[in-house]
Design a binder for this molecule. Structure first.
Ligand SMILES: [Fe+2]
Length: 558
């Protein structure tokens, strides 16, 4: 069976993937190809890339599976909220809901767009409930036979949080908390209040939080432990344009984007993060009570909160945790593509996801012809890992472009900017010269799995940089550039057989320095999507303060 999974909601993160006989072959987010960050348009470039990778046309697909319900149910839920007074019935809110509905309805929720662009399909078009698609994306790729599945996001069609039980390849629904009682709505509102972009910059709030002090009370907006939590959505919902007035009334004026960060902002970030962690723990606790299973799978945009995920892992509530690395909506493509396997009492394929290298790759011939086309001076390398390790030892900041691009928001050693984590100034150097991003956002370490335990107190099997762990106190001064102000880090552990080249680079660096750890951040400039092609890599390299670019078997230096 050949199935195509699609995320398309016109909200954010359009993406596509292709699955053959239960095996995920290829997945890519539209933003990487279109270069429009969080691109919400119909993912025609991503679909095209999937079909090309599999060498098939639309006619050969058995199923085209969207990770959303059709437009009707989404709109009906919105109308119900307006009628019941659960969401402010303002001109702009109703206009936005209606415009979204009419646009999606006209496109048959994406089906018509698909046929217009790729021709008729002989198979079926299916629309999978959004949270079920998230739930499959968490469970089917976890490798767990039995699992408690918790989905938390901003919103599905009507869902905000849901609990499921996975067992022997089947999924059973347990409970749904409907939108707008949503942890995602709460955290996005706080993100916007603090002057960042909602549904995009939640990382910044999480990074800022440890600089704050306890004391700010947010119970007017969320009660994080009210079995399992309660969001006072009316106070967080505006008129459809800008922040709701109650936020400013209770917390003071919102921070203007790009303005100075004051202590007040840090303290609000601290409180927002603490409430989010408590609410997530409360949902997980309730879910485990229901299912009696301590293997937990998480997905949905809220599960990108790596700090909270780390707390769940070390809470004593769980035995094992799998967080779908594409926890945000791009991941519903992965879940939707597997839903047909549940038909007629069937079972989901049992394929644990060990890596996220699911995107396009470019061979040395393609890379070299790009370098030649731009008339760049380059060197061919015998051993890119050894050369890169040597450069890193000398304090150089390098671009590292190898193999298949990662799926999901993190760069995991194939589209990465790398640096020496031992230098306490390296965080500032990379921030100022390369990423041009906020001073408080931490960088993450990549470690060999077998030596991770020497540096970390937990999360020593963390291939996706989606769990935060504490760095061992005695090692914090060894790797200061990747240790956050509260002693935490968001590690990626690498297994030799999963990414041999990247593993060897870390190993080579360790042989030279005694510290087999690298600082790894995504290969992009602030506000841009992670690089996809050799051209993107070269352009980013020359638009930044990076010292060298190791791209395939080639080296470029400034
Ligand atoms: Fe979602």
């Amino acid at each position: 069976m050949l199935t195509l999974g699609i995320n398309y909601s016109q909200m954010h993160d359009s993406a596509a993937c292709i699955v053959r006989d239960g095996e995920l072959l290829f997945a890519v987010a539209e933003e990487r190809i279109s270069r429009v960050k969080h691109d919400a348009r119909f993912p025609q470039l991503a679909i095209q890339a999937c079909l090309e990778f599999a060498g098939v046309g639309a006619k050969q697909l058995d199923e085209v599976c969207f990770g959303w319900q059709t437009a009707g149910p989404v709109y009906r839920h919105d109308l119900k909220l307006y009628a019941l007074g659960d969401w402010p019935i303002t001109y702009l809110n109703v206009l936005n809901s209606t415009r979204h509905f009419l646009s999606m309805w006209h496109q048959q929720s994406g089906a018509k767009r698909f046929v217009q662009r790729f021709g008729p399909v002989s198979g079926r078009m299916r629309f999978v409930d959004h949270h079920l698609a998230h739930a499959i994306s968490a469970y089917a790729y976890s490798g767990f036979d039995e699992a408690t599945i918790v989905i938390m996001d901003g919103r599905g069609a009507w869902e905000a949080t849901s609990i499921w039980r996975g067992r022997r390849g089947r999924i059973e629904h347990g409970l749904t908390i409907p939108f707008p009682d949503s942890i995602g709505v709460f955290y996005s509102a706080m993100t916007e209040y603090l002057g960042f972009v909602p549904n995009s910059d939640e990382w910044k709030v999480m990074g800022l939080a440890p600089y704050g002090q306890p004391g700010v009370k947010l119970e007017a907006f969320i009660d994080p432990e009210a079995a399992p939590y309660r969001v006072h959505a009316k106070r967080l919902s505006g008129n459809g344009s800008g922040l709701p007035p109650s936020l400013a009334a209770l917390l003071g004026p919102p921070r203007a984007p790009e303005s100075e960060i004051e202590d007040r902002h840090k303290n609000i970030a601290y409180a927002a993060q603490e409430c989010c962690e408590l609410a997530m723990l409360s949902v997980v606790r309730m879910a485990i009570e229901k299912t009696r299973c301590r293997n937990v799978c998480l997905a949905g945009g809220v599960a990108l909160n790596s700090k909270a995920n780390g707390k769940i892992l070390t809470s004593g509530l769980v035995d094992r945790v799998f967080v779908q690395p594409a926890a945000s909506d791009e991941g519903v493509a992965l879940g939707a593509a597997l839903e047909p396997y549940l038909d007629h009492g069937g079972r989901l394929p049992d394929k644990a996801m060990r890596h996220a290298y699911l995107g396009p790759s470019f061979d040395d011939d393609t890379v070299e012809s790009t370098l030649r086309a731009y008339r760049l001076r380059y060197k061919r390398l015998g051993d890119p890992a050894a050369t890169a390790a040597e450069l890193l030892c000398r304090g150089k900041i390098i671009g590292w472009f190898q193999g298949r691009m990662e799926f999901g928001p993190r760069a995991l050693g194939n589209r990465s900017i790398l640096a020496d984590p031992r230098d306490p100034q390296m965080n500032a150097k990379v921030n100022n010269a390369v990423k041009f991003r906020e001073w408080w956002r931490p960088f993450a370490p990549s470690l060999k799995k077998e030596t991770a335990g020497a540096y970390l107190e937990s999360a020593t099997d963390s291939p996706f940089m989606i769990l935060t762990a504490q760095v061992r106190p005695e090692k914090r001064s060894t790797i200061p550039a990747v240790t956050h102000v509260d002693g935490s880090a968001r590690p990626q552990t690498i297994e030799k057989d999963v990414n041999p080249l990247y593993w060897r680079l870390i190993d080579e660096f360790g042989r030279r320095t005694g510290v087999p750890v690298l600082m790894n951040t995504s290969f992009n400039l602030r506000g841009e999507a992670i690089v996809h092609t050799p051209t993107d890599a070269v352009r980013t390299f020359f638009s930044s303060g990076m010292d060298a670019l190791v791209i395939g078997s080639f080296l470029l230096e400034k």
